[in-house]
Design a protein around this ligand. Sequence first.
Ligand code: COA
Length: 335
Amino acid sequence: MSQSSKYNAAITAIGMYVPETILDNKYFEKIVETSDEWIRTRTGISERRKLDNGATSDLAVKASQDLINTYKINPEEIDVIIVATVTPDMFFPATACIVQNKIGASNAWGFDLSAACSGFLFALHSGAALIESGSFKKVLVIGADKMSSIVDYTDRNTCILFGDAAAAVLLEPTEDKSLGLVDSILRVDGTGESSLYMRGGGSLYPATHETVDKRWHYIYQDGKAVFKVAVKGMADVSYEIMQKHNLKSEDIAYLVPHQANLRIIDATAERMGLSKDKVMINIDKYGNTTAATIPLCLVEYHRDGKIKKGDKLVLAAFGAGFTWGASLLVWSLDH
Ligand code: COA
């Protein structure tokens, strides 16, 4: 990423977890006025997962344990844990601390990163910078959200969209500058605050009977407004990173988009000149899992043998804040 650094940060291990309980579109037909057909055609979602017992840290721990067990990582060697989430177990301590304890990463420090649906991209870039600094050798970057804890299941505008999941990647230094995170273009625009938020529970509106009665502890989204800026924001920044690195569509193995809406994903792919087979999609199975969508795609596509070492991937996201961005990542895992 940084020209001056001796190292690039490369992904050397991956893991994921999705809870067992499936909420299909038929389930939502029973609880709000909607239809399977509307949900599939307007969003691309057929199913999403729900964690019945436990918190975001439990999702994050299971994804981390999958990574640790699959790649035989000694948790005591992990230096840093970054948890991207908007559904921390509590305001404090950070979910990263809870994960640290539960996985036995006895020598790590860490923190949570709040950037909504762009959380994984921001965390990946931050983790890579820590690796490039030369100070840290193993950074665990986790995208984890228990969206069911903040979804209003009486609001058909939002409840059909979200699901629970976690996925994790381990970053380590490599002197091979052709691998790993090459670059990111990351943005925030706080004027987006009024379009997508959870109003209650923070220092502005601490929990009261009134905030509960007004349903302020749930997600509010002006879907139409977000849709418009998301389509443009995600497509623009993905195109910009291609231009910056002189990449043609044939140079890119996959677009790895945040999974919020299939129509936003299609618009981004179209702008980049990518055919559908070069776009990672699993929104049909999991819906929008916020910080988990991008690493979840990476893990599934890797395990299905669809990506190989050296593949150039463009990761792209858009979310509340607004936050958005694109990263150029060269895949570094062998099969
Ligand atoms: N079932 C049936 N009808 C629904 C519905 C549902 N689950 N949700 C909304 N509708 C209705 C609306 O009430 C509206 O009805 P009206 O015209 O009578 O008011 C109609 O469908 C159209 O609503 P609209 O908001 O224009 O739908 P849309 O095509 O924009 O799709 C979203 C809604 C939420 C799927 C879409 O706006 C979206 O994906 N937004 C962006 C999400 C996103 O990217 N978030 C960013 C990061 S999380």
